[in-house]
Design a protein around this ligand. Sequence first.
Ligand code: DQA
Length: 143
Amino acid sequence: MKILVINGPNLNMLGIREPDVYGRSTYNDLCDMLKSHAAEQGIELEIFQSNHEGAIVDKIQSAYNSFDGIVINPAAYTHTSVALLDALKAVAIPAVEVHISDVSTREAFRSISYVREYCEKTIFGKGFNGYIEAMDYLSEKYK
Ligand code: DQA
């Protein structure tokens, strides 16, 4: 099982950005947690982060025929990007949408998600554990 985890803009600032919303753990803490979970579960894992929409589109396209699942937190692009939705549809790799915060109780615009139309599941408000839940869902379903 080969999983690609994609993180969108400003998630590299975890630990610094709005700690009351996203917590004090850093982006490196997140990566370490995901890597050790993947190692325990025998999941092959690649983690990618970009602040640029086109770079994320390129990464999704490059996953075609080489990954079994995608875990994506598109961050702010969740609420704006048809391009990310189209890229996911193009490669047709099973995907799960993750948000660290509870987007359902924040500003109204955060309840809009373009990628949700494609993703099999959306996990939000569970902090970093949401990524683990998403990886486990994909590895259980597509092992
Ligand atoms: C986020 C929620 C988004 O609304 C926000 O723009 C982010 C992070 C989350 O993980 O909770 O950057 O996707």
